[in-house]
Write a protein that binds this ligand. Structure first.
Ligand code: 6GU
Length: 223
């Protein structure tokens, strides 16, 4: 899978993709992430990417030309399954959306900024608009990193068996059960007996019951 991210803050992606599983996915050739500095596509001698809104009002609007040219160039090089705009008024990102995007071969993710982008781009360039939650971030970069992480970890070969995405919270519409590791007693706090019993069937049953209980208490909306 290839993901092209368009941003005015390319440095913001130095951290998130150069560690752990996402770094490994790239090293293994399972994922390619390309960061594009939107200013490189500006026709303007000052590398301007925004302008005042028609009709007035506070904040700047990202203009069509640099974004359109960047997307056109990428599209001339390969076919994209989705051209995504990250915006707080987009569709709320969830696990089913991550699952669907993980089947794609090529994705473009555009990070929004300022007051927004020219509406004509939204009407003519993007195939979907995504928000990661009901709060406002300073820009789409962190949100794009969240979506990229959630999608790439689903690619076959990125996670090892023991951290298989199939047992994630949300994949089976249940939160994950509690987990424990050594020591079996700490400060008088003990690990549930069943987990120490070696009885695989009883353990599975306990984990399922705990998952249901935890979901009922914390996220009744998921049941
Ligand atoms: Cl995609 N962008 C911004 N700026 N804020 C957000 C968001 C995106 N998703 C949730 N809040």
């Amino acid at each position: 899978m290839r993901i092209d991210i368009i941003t005015i803050f390319p440095e913001m992606f130095d951290g998130p993709f150069n560690h752990s599983m996402i770094k490994r996915s790239q090293a293994k050739g399972l994922a390619e992430i390309h960061i594009h500095n939107l200013r490189d596509y500006s026709d303007n001698k000052h590398r301007k990417v925004d302008d005042y809104p028609f009709g007035g009002g506070a904040g700047m609007v990202m203009m069509i030309q640099p974004i359109a040219d960047c997307i056109d160039k990428l599209k001339s090089e390969r076919n994209y399954d989705e051209v995504i705009f990250m915006t707080p008024d987009g569709s709320l990102f969830d696990q089913p959306m991550a699952n669907k995007l993980s089947m794609a071969t090529n994705l473009i993710i555009m990070c929004g900024h300022y007051k927004g982008i020219d509406e004509r781009l939204r009407e003519n360039y993007f195939t979907s608009e995504i928000s990661i939650g009901n709060y406002v971030l300073t820009g789409g970069e962190l949100a794009a990193a969240v979506v990229t992480d959630a999608v790439i970890r689903l690619l076959p070969g990125v996670l090892s068996d023991e951290t298989s995405a199939l047992s994630d919270s949300f994949q089976d519409n249940l939160l994950s059960p509690p987990v424990y590791t050594r020591p079996s007693e700490y400060n008088g706090w003990i690990v549930p007996d069943v987990l120490m019993s070696g009885n695989e069937k009883e353990i599975k049953k306990w984990q399922y019951e705990k998952a249901v209980e935890r979901t009922r208490i914390r996220r009744p909306d998921m049941l």
